[in-house]
Design a protein around this ligand. Structure first.
Ligand code: PLP
Length: 727
């Protein structure tokens, strides 16, 4: 152990955190931290933030800048950092970033006035401007030195980027985030003030809304709301950045960039206008031949299954055209079927196995538990509270947690709880969204505006208090809530926070925040259905990503890492306490429960899975795999001149070849005319992927996992390329 080890690790960890938030974009940035009497640690020149090790960090003399320890050359901006640390003995950390929005303000040469009390307290009266100086030169360092003030902790460098100081590293990083938020607001206000008044009001609003969306999409989630200091673990372990208050969870930039929603819809609309383009007729037979000749055992099993199981499968996920495959081995990124064919697994059980299939460290713990007490006793087991605490540790708004059997059960419980708490009945969902199969939620499913179309076997009365609203239409939601106000009010608005059908219809970045505001205005609870996004959006869920706090959160899938009985709800104590507990529960209580809810097996699986996700940074790595796959697919699609649309929200990759999932009841004739054929094209493409060793979700969605290394993704891209050659 050397005397500077801890300081160096903090620098490494800070770089990872900043890079993960997108603040070290472009030509990078650098980080310095006071290391003791008249010396400081600084990142090396040309640092790769993701592979940097503590031993790469250099220790310099604060006065002379002589190297005291380290093999690498110190950052070219060391003199700049030294200026700050010398002039401001009250500050210990100095961070230079190229965060996108504030950098734009720097290029425009605009200081940012600060009005927000939180920003003023942390940064001073304004984010000052340092005059031009070429990067890495004494000229820049001297200009910076002249600008430094005792009461300002953030500076725009006229030529590039930002420098923030902080009492410690966590505060310096927080200051960086505050600057970005202030810059985004300032830019928006400027554009608002300058947008010509003659422009029609609606057009003007659209221009401004699209700027707003652009800004929000480009800056990490922390900017949109309360800014918390978060720590990300360094790969070689474990030093936490010091931060005020309650220990914060690992940073979760699992979605590196929110898709440009307008652009996605523009491309999807264009795809919908074209006749669907699937496999060329001469290639169809080749794909089908794979199933005929290479999947004989699967075919026999699927025929047998069809004799006893309605539709031949127990869940739609397993229904793959032309028949379901029977799988007998799942490990990491791969599946093997009973005929011995191996596949890259982009289904990942429909989402739950963020760690990859059959993740061994969790499997071992589950086996130990089963040996000790079996899967269930009906009595309390310590993993119940351990899992609940683990969820609450990552999602600060969750004070209490109730385990249930599935996402569907979670949604049922959340709605009942919202009704019990508010005393109101109506629930608004977003059209096209899926919230499980309970009576009240089989409404407006898949196709926005579909209403009760799929509600076979559900008496109309069950749906009397369910309403739907078109996605992204915030004005329509407001109208609905206003109307409901005249009829007894709205108990809850329930959303999939990435957009209906796991983001198949992506929302605008600001949408969840706007829904939150409407809920507050109309006294409705906001339910986030995080069955898919918890914990794919990061351990803080979509709520952490967007910085929007729901009243009730629904969990499923990843909650137990792929083990059975994945469901639960969480929220504030005052709301959650309305759930029935114990046979003596009397008075105003919402009754929920189940014999196998909270069985030790599911709770232990969940507890160890969440810990493993944190330890391995699984959501971020799976998100990076999603990014790589999306980039590669885009390249193939463009190179081959195909009309297909691909985009991702971290580890959820959407690949639309026929856009059937984008049909809408705003055009019912098109739905009637085209849904069947478009669906078939999607299924056939799914079959072609399978025949090329790729399992996807219904041929249109791909879940990546921790197991998807670059090599796996590159192999997959070759296979997708081979499939697209057949269209
Ligand atoms: N909510 C969402 C957003 C889902 O995607 C799903 C399932 O896919 C559910 C709820 C239902 O969860 P479960 O299948 O565990 O009942």
């Amino acid at each position: 152990m050397g005397p500077f080890d801890a300081v160096k690790r903090t620098v490494v960890e800070a770089c990872l955190d900043l890079a993960g938030r997108g603040y070290l974009a472009g030509i990078g940035g650098n980080v310095a931290l006071r290391a003791g009497e008249n010396c400081f640690a600084v990142t090396p020149s040309a640092a790769d933030y993701y592979s940097m090790k503590p031993e790469d960090v250099v220790i310099l003399d604060l006065t002379t800048l002589a190297v005291l320890e380290g093999e690498r050359s110190p950052s070219v901006e060391s003199a700049l950092h030294a200026k700050l640390l010398r002039a401001r003995p009250d500050l210990n950390a100095s961070v230079h970033t190229h965060q996108p929005v504030a950098s734009a303000m720097a290029l425009l040469n605009r200081a940012i006035p600060l009005e927000d009390p939180e920003e003023r307290a942390a940064l001073g009266a304004q984010v000052a401007i340092t005059p031009y100086g070429p990067s890495g030169t004494g000229m820049l360092a001297r200009a910076f030195g002249r600008t430094l003030r005792a009461d300002v902790n953030a500076y725009l460098l006229r030529n590039h980027g930002v420098v923030c100081g902080g009492e410690d590293m966590a505060r310096a990083i927080r200051n960086v985030a505050l600057v970005e938020r202030a810059a985004a607001r300032h830019l928006e206000q400027n554009v608002r003030a300058r947008t010509p008044k003659g422009l029609a009001a609606t057009l003007r609003e659209r221009v401004l809304a699209s700027l707003q969306a652009e800004l929000r999409a480009r800056i990490p989630a922390a900017h949109s709301g309360r800014i918390e200091v978060r720590a990300r673990r360094a790969p070689n372990n474990v030093m936490k950045i010091e931060k005020p208050g309650k220990p914060a969870p690992v940073a979760a930039s699992a979605v590196s960039q929110w898709p440009d929603t307008d652009d996605v819809f523009r491309r999807l609309k264009a795809l919908l206008k074209l006749p669907p383009r699937g496999l060329r007729p001469e290639n169809r037979a080749r794909v089908m031949e794979y199933f005929e000749t290479r999947c004989r055992k699967s075919r026999t099993i699927s025929e047998e299954a069809a004799r006893y199981i309605p539709g031949g499968v127990q869940h739609n996920l397993a229904f793959n055209y032309p028949f379901p495959l029977a799988i007998n081995q799942a490990r990491g990124a791969y599946l093997r079927d009973v005929d011995g064919n191996q596949y890259i697994d982009f289904l990942q059980a429909g989402g739950p196995t963020l760690l990859g299939s059959n993740y061994e460290p969790v499997q071992k713990k589950v086996i130990e538990l089963i040996k000790d007490c079996g899967p269930v006793t009906g009595l309390l087991h310590e993993y119940e509270h351990k899992l609940a605490a683990e969820v609450g540790r990552h999602m600060t708004g969750i004070e209490m947690f109730r385990m249930l059997g599935s996402g569907t059960e979670g949604v049922m419980a959340a709605i009942r709880l919202a009704r019990a708490y508010t005393g109101k009945k109506r629930v608004v969902k977003i059209g096209g969204g899926y919230h499980g199969w309970s009576d009240q939620m089989v409404y407006g499913m898949r196709i926005p505006g579909a209403g009760a179309r799929e509600a076979t076997g559900i008496p109309a009365g069950c749906l009397d208090y369910t309403q739907e609203c078109f996605p992204n239409d915030i004005a329509a939601l407001k109208r609905k809530l206003r109307l409901n106000q005249l009829r007894g009010g709205t108990a809850a608005v329930i959303v999939e926070p990435f957009g209906p059908e796991s983001g198949t219809r992506p929302i605008y970045f600001e949408y969840n925040r706007q829904v939150r505001e409407l809920c507050d205005q109309f006294g409705a609870l906001l339910i986030f259905d995080e069955v898919v996004t918890g914990f794919r959006a990061g351990l803080g869920g979509a709520q952490g990503y967007f910085g929007v706090q729901p009243d009730i959160t629904v969990f499923g899938k990843c909650l137990t890492g792929g083990y059975p009985m994945a469901g639960g709800i969480g929220g504030r104590r005052e709301i959650m306490m309305l759930l029935a507990g114990g046979i003596s529960a009397m008075g105003k209580r919402a009754f929920v429960g189940g014999t196998l809810s909270a069985n030790p097996l599911s709770c232990a699986a969940g507890y160890f899975s969440l810990q493993a996700m944190e330890r391995t940074n699984a959501a971020v790595k799976a998100g990076q795999a999603g990014d790589r796959l999306t980039r590669g697919l885009k390249e193939i699609i463009e190179r081959r001149g195909l009309p297909y649309v691909v985009y991702n929200q971290g580890s959820i990759v959407h690949l639309q070849t026929s856009a059937v999932l984008l049909l809408s009841m705003r055009n019912p004739i098109k739905v009637l005319r085209e849904a069947k054929e478009r669906k078939h094209v999607m299924e056939e493409m799914g079959a072609a992927y399978t025949a090329h060793g790729l399992i996807t979700l219904a041929g249109s969605r791909i879940y990546t996992s921790l197991a998807d290394t670059d090599a796996v993704i590159d192999r997959a891209l070759d296979r997708f390329d081979a499939v697209f050659a057949l269209t």
